[in-house]
Each structure stands twice: as structure tokens, then as C-alpha cells.
Design a protein around this ligand. Structure first.
Ligand code: G3P
Ligand code: CA
Length: 269
């Protein structure tokens, strides 16, 4: 309906499966990516960190404790930091049983495995650089992995990849190394500061509790590093009523553990 006249406020927000469809499958695993695909959800979000031997892996916490059986396998290695384990050690861990016995044997994916699965499913990726202060140089390494797997070609850069972080420094590095990559800042800068963020971030992605219609409007009024209006993806919205509220604020994307629920509530893809 009137696609040409429609501004961002009149379009349904895109729906992003947070850590994959993480209400239904163990977060940041290949089954969570596949679950999102099975629900017809294009966008998946993940978190990237680095092992002791320099491999990129997909996991949210700095420690392996919550989402794997590391305590059982390596009882003497508390506090079980990702950065203190090799990729081979992490590959031995079960990253599914904590969620449900149905997912026993699920592994912590490497970024390479993860990218290949998202690609195979014809999905799109919102990649979070998690805790970059722990991993000097991780930005360059992530960009190299993305390039190796074909994620920095024109088509992926156009509308299939966003790199986000809570760290403005990390995003600035990504933007300087590879200006064509779309970037998102996680947080809610004061309105007076937004212009500075617009130098290196195409999206401003605040927690939904900090949002208002006025704030979304202020973000949309600015132009990002690629000459387009800044967008807003908000997180983590898991219920229908709240999804409708933030959609009413005019957000461009909703990041959710329950992408089926949010899509049902707000339409969108
Ligand atoms: O995508 C936004 C959201 O993932 C940020 O918070 O802690 O889930 O990584 P967190
Ligand atoms: Ca995240």
C-alpha cells in the first residue's frame, strides 16, 4: 500500500531472532539458526568472541559456564573464561543439554560454521562483537573471516550484514577498516551526542526500556555514514503487546527471542 509514499514509521519493523530463535533452541547454536529459518525468519543475531588459540567462536557470556557443560568436562578450570580455552577444548563441550536434553551434543559453533549455516539458510546476520576490550584486534579478524566466507561482497554488504557492538571504539575500527560495512551501536546515546555516533554507525540499537517515540524520531532525523537516515533496532522484546508499542514508536527492527510471536504482533518479515 503506497510503498513509495511510506516513511519508516508506516513500515513493519524487521524481526531479528536474538541469539537465533533462542526461546526455542539453545542460544547461539546452529539449531537456533535453523529454528529461526524454520519459522521463516531471515535475520539472526549472534555474539562473537575469541578462544585462547585465536579462533572466533559464537557465544554470549565471557565464561563458558552458563551455556555449556564445561564444569563437568574441565572441573579445575574456573572461572571457565572463553579466552582461556582452546578451540579444540571448546569443541568438546555440550552447548545444548543446559537448554533441553533434546539438544544434547550441540556444539559451540565457530564463526566459520555459523556463517556457513546462515548462508545455507539464505538468512541475514546481525553480528555482535562481544566484549571487544578482551580481544584486541578482533575487529580485523572478524572482517577477514567475513571476507573469506563471501560476506563482504556487494550483495551481502547491501542488505544481509550488520555488525553491532556496545563498544563505540570497536565500531569505529570496523568502519575505518571496511567503510562499506553497515554498523550498529548498542545503547542509547543522549540526543545531543547522536550526531557523533552518526559518523560511524548506521543504526542506534537501544534496549526497549529506554525508548520513546521522540527518541526514535531524533535518530531518524540524522544521516549515517552511508548517506541514509539512521535506523533503530531495539532489544529484547518477547511479548506481543510490547512489540506493538515499540513498533508504534517507529523502530525499524525488533530483536527478540520469540520471532514468531513478534512477527505475529507487528507483521513484518
Ligand atoms: O542484539 C542486542 C542484544 O543482543 C544485546 O544484548 O546481552 O543479548 O548481547 P545481549
Ligand atoms: Ca547480543
Amino acid at each position: 500500500s503506497g510503498a513509495q509514499a511510506a516513511g519508516p514509521r508506516e513500515l513493519s519493523p524487521v524481526v531479528v531472532a536474538h541469539r537465533g530463535a533462542s526461546a526455542y533452541a539453545p542460544e547461539n547454536t546452529l539449531p537456533a539458526v535453523d529454528k529461526a529459518a524454520a519459522l521463516g525468519i531471515s535475520w539472526v543475531e549472534n555474539d562473537v568472541q575469541r578462544t585462547k588459540d585465536g579462533r572466533l567462536v559464537v557465544i554470549h557470556d565471557d565464561s563458558l559456564e552458563r551455556t555449556t557443560n564445561v564444569e563437568e568436562v574441565f572441573p579445575d578450570r574456573a572461572p571457565w573464561k572463553v579466552k582461556d580455552f582452546t578451540a579444540a577444548e571448546i569443541a568438546r563441550l555440550d552447548a545444548g543439554s543446559w537448554f533441553s536434553p533434546a539438544y544434547a551434543g550441540t556444539r559451540v559453533p565457530t564463526l566459520e560454521q555459523y556463517l556457513r549455516r546462515v548462508e545455507r539458510n539464505h538468512q541475514k546476520l546481525l553480528l555482535e562483537i562481544k566484549s571487544p576490550e578482551l580481544y584486541p584486534g578482533i575487529e580485523q579478524q572478524i572482517l577477514k573471516q567475513l571476507a573469506n566466507d563471501g560476506w563482504l561482497d556487494r550483495q551481502h554488504l547491501a542488505d544481509r550484514l550488520i555488525v553491532q557492538s556496545f563498544s563505540a571504539d570497536s565500531l569505529r575500527i570496523v568502519h575505518e577498516l571496511k567503510p562499506a560495512v553497515t554498523t550498529g551501536f548498542l545503547g542509547r546515546p543522549a540526543e545531543a551526542d547522536l550526531k557523533r555516533y552518526a559518523a560511524f554507525a548506521d543504526l542506534i540499537n537501544p534496549s526497549h526500556g529506554t525508548l520513546s517515540a521522540d527518541y526514535v524520531k531524533a535518530v531518524h532525523a540524522l544521516t549515517g555514514p552511508h548517506g541514509k537516515p539512521l535506523k533503530v533496532f531495539t532489544w529484547t522484546v518477547n511479548d506481543a503487546a510490547r512489540a506493538r508499542t515499540v513498533a508504534g514508536y517507529g523502530v525499524d527492527g525488533i530483536i527478540t527471542d520469540k520471532p514468531d510471536v513478534v512477527r505475529e504482533a507487528v507483521g513484518g518479515s
